[in-house]
Design a protein around this ligand. Sequence first.
Ligand code: SF4
Length: 230
Amino acid sequence: MDTERICEILNRLSEVYVGGVYPGRSSEGLNPEWPADPFHVLVATILSQRTKDDNTRRASDNLFNRFGTMEAIAAADPDEVAELVRPAGFPKQKSKAIVDCCRILLEEHGGVVPSETEELLELPMVGRKTAACVRSYAMGIPSVCVDTHVHRISNLMGLVSTKTPEETEYALMDLAPRDRWSDINRYLVRHGQETCIPNHPRCSRCVVRDLCDYGIRRGSTAAEAGRTPP
Ligand code: SF4
């Protein structure tokens, strides 16, 4: 049954990737028992859009080393913020979103990041992935946070058969027990970065190969010969 399969997949991956990650922060030295600060996770997740984790970390460090609080960012010159977040790409767009986010949070939410998905979705550059990431990693609320790795790997494994991350989110919510929802992003992202690499999955060293439709169907030789997975 697929519920048992996804639980076993998460169990095995949790032994390999202790702790997992959230955008903008390395797993090294990280206590697996979060939560992290909601405001930092929100900003880091906005910065993480369409860039790699290393770039997100550099941009986050630049920003928070210069402006340590929501109030300071809200009052900052957006052009200066853009220079600080430039390593994450789309500096003007991300700077404007972050400064506007801070102003909205201060004016409408008393400086507190809301926990309801619908309220998070009203913030600039906050979509379902970012909202779920904040709820999961910063607030400890079970959420399925679907990024490109989660969407791609869930389909490769045959856990879902979906076309969009949003479809994947709902399909995984149906499939996995609620208390495992947050583990899905935590472990599949690391798996996608280290083993199930886009276009070059290393199936022969994968601890969940016997539970993965693609790994079973194609075998390690074909996968590692560089054939692009479906
Ligand atoms: S068996 Fe291959 S395709 Fe399947 S999860 Fe592992 S690395 Fe990815």
